[in-house]
Design a protein around this ligand. Structure first.
Ligand code: NPG
Length: 403
């Protein structure tokens, strides 16, 4: 069978209100600006979600930039390359993905998705934009093959443990109310956003609320400096699962110093851009747990490589979140079902973010599956995009790129 050929790429921009504002050390979001990529091939279609935010605060990427780089460079290159590959070669080399180990049939053919990263490598950076394109192509290719993402990735679980990320609250009481609500809903782990001036007190109060056995971790989104090492080390008193990314993305050395000064595992997020940076950070002792966010790494295929490398090094990983709609969430849940994901992820239910989702909503299970989400088992991401809603929520007309 010939590889699929991309006929059209559409970029849809949506503004989806959040059910409550989400505040981190770098800003406050009340609306999620979403960029969706819809790829139409000669054998089916797929959707991918770009995780870039409205502003370039979490990373250098932001949604206008991602849309622009896809429209001007990445989209046309992908369409041209697929035209060429289909007429000249008929197939492409999937070896880089096919060599990964693990259960399931990961090596089976997704030649089109496996070729996206190399086709787009002529553009420096812009991993979130590239990742969205790759995700859409992967969805289209797997749907055409009748395979789910979980099956293709090598998922070993049908349900995944869910945590929830709790933003910086206006007051301590409001924070405790919010956390108590999530505990009631069944979430299996709480992650608190911290920043200088909002750390020891809220963390202590939430530890008291959860009791000694409640799973708790913190995320600083690069808000601290080397002078804060003693303060951060004093978080050891609260029995945290991990401290996430206290220092700048480029500053592995200070993360190494913190790791040496405290008992709590240090976990990197922003610093981990691909399998190379992951292995380097682990080797240097800058991280002993890794937050895997496929968008930040340029896509699910690189995320799988990071998972495999961490697993080989016995480093636990967990799946981060970027306030995704059901499209990105479905793929994240499939990824989080791999064996190396031994900690609950930021894979919360749709209702934690949005009153209405652009797909069927993800809802926490009950009984034995309390605090878990079910891994979609139908082809591709396994979710259906509500195209009517995509149109209704569009902030502007879609950009359409054709061959
Ligand atoms: O549950 O999707 C979620 C949010 C998890 O805290 C979360 N994400 O720094 O990890 C992060 C943070 C984030 C969200 C970063 C949006 C950037 C944008």
């Amino acid at each position: 069978m010939n590889d699929p050929v991309i006929e059209r790429i559409e970029l849809h921009r949506l503004e989806v209100p959040l059910v409550r504002p989400f505040e981190t050390s770098f800003g406050r979001e009340t609306v999620r600006e979403v960029l969706l990529v819809h790829v139409v091939t000669d054998s089916g279609e797929g959707w991918g979600e770009c995780v870039a935010g409205r502003d370039p605060f979490y990373s250098g990427e932001y949604v206008d930039g991602a849309a622009s780089v896809i429209e001007r460079y990445l989209g046309p290159a992908l369409i041209a390359e697929r035209g060429r590959a289909a007429t000249e070669h008929g197939s492409t080399d999937a070896a880089s993905w096919a060599t990964t180990d693990g259960p399931g049939s990961r090596g089976a053919s997704v030649p089109l998705a496996a070729s996206v990263a190399s086709t787009l490598a002529f553009v420096a950076g812009h991993r979130m934009a590239k990742g969205a394109l790759e995700a859409a192509v992967l969805d289209a290719e797997l749907r055409a093959q009748g395979r789910s993402m979980g099956e293709a990735f090598g998922a070993t679980r049908d349900w995944v443990d869910c945590g929830v990320s709790v933003g910086i609250a206006p007051t301590l009481d409001e924070l405790l109310d919010e956390v108590a609500g999530y505990v009631e809903e069944g979430y299996r782990r709480i992650k608190l956003k911290i920043k200088p001036g909002w750390d020891l007190v809220p963390v202590g109060a939430v530890r008291e609320l959860l009791g000694p056995d409640g799973l708790l971790q913190v995320d600083a989104n690069t808000a601290y400096s080397a002078d804060d090492i003693p303060l951060l080390a004093s978080l050891d008193a609260f029995g945290l699962l991990l401290i996430e990314q206290p220092f700048a993305e480029e500053d592995l050395a200070t993360h190494v110093r913190l790791a040496e000064a405290c008992e709590t595992p240090v976990c990197l997020d922003e610093s981990i851009l691909d399998v190379m940076t992951a292995i380097d950070a682990i080797d240097r002792g800058a991280t002993s747990v890794v937050n895997i966010k496929p968008g930040r790494m340029g896509g699910y295929l690189e995320a799988l490589r990071v998972h495999d490398a961490c697993r080989a090094l016995d480093v636990p990983v967990w799946c981060g979140g970027m306030l995704e709609t059901g499209i990105g969430r479905a793929a994240n849940v499939a990824l989080a079902a791999l064996p190396g994901f031994t900690l609950p992820g930021d894979t919360s239910a749709s209702g934690r973010y949005f009153a209405e989702d652009v797909t069927e909503p993800f809802m926490l299970g009950s009984g034995a599956h309390r605090g878990q989400l079910e891994v979609p088992a139908t082809p591709g991401t396994g979710v259906t995009v509500r195209e009517q809603l995509v149109r209704e929520w569009a902030g502007r007309p879609p950009v359409v790129l054709t061959r």
